[in-house]
Design a protein around this ligand. Structure first.
Ligand code: ZN
Length: 166
């Protein structure tokens, strides 16, 4: 089910899928299998994190300029965009604006699900790509260097994937 914000974007043709193209806020996007992300991670976890973070920051710079909103409304819009891209459901557990720190829960991470499908379970957290995306989102919102660390993961038996972003 799309959120009202994403429905509004679709109605305004700012989120569009036709003629072999996916366009979001005027830019081309690509629907890729999540297996590609987990393969990248298996190849190099740290580089996957850094690439996700770097590309997320660049994308969000363009997106936030087009959305023209700030503060809590920007956070809400970015949360809905994140979910529309299939990255899992976000729950903000703690959002400390003063100290630039957040605790984020992601339900049903597609990266962890793909990991479980291939390897059954893991002894460590598996969502480097998601952590990179959240670091990029955090950096865009707090406007300072941010890193995200996954501390709970469904691949190792936790009920959610949890990230400390600071
Ligand atoms: Zn995870």
């Amino acid at each position: 089910m799309f959120s009202p914000f994403v429905k509004k974007l679709m109605f305004a043709r700012q989120f569009n899928m036709e003629d072999g193209k996916i366009e979001f806020l005027g830019d081309r996007e690509l629907l890729l299998p999540v297996g590609l992300v987990t393969e990248f991670q298996a190849f190099d976890e740290d580089k996957t994190y850094l690439l996700a973070k770097k590309s997320c920051i660049a994308e969000l710079e363009r997106m936030t300029a087009k959305l023209g909103v700030k503060g809590p409304e920007l956070v809400k819009n970015l949360t809905e965009i994140y979910e529309a891209f299939g990255l899992g459901r976000i729950e903000i557990k703690d959002f400390d604006v003063k100290n630039g720190r957040a605790i984020i829960n992601i339900s049903d991470s597609p990266v962890a699900r793909d990991y479980i499908r291939k390897n059954k379970s893991s002894k460590h957290e598996t969502c480097n790509f998601i952590a990179g995306m959240l670091a990029g989102i955090g950096e865009s919102i707090f406007n300072k260097n941010m890193e995200a660390k996954e501390v709970k993961c469904i691949a190792k038996g936790d009920s959610v994937c949890q990230f400390i972003v600071k």
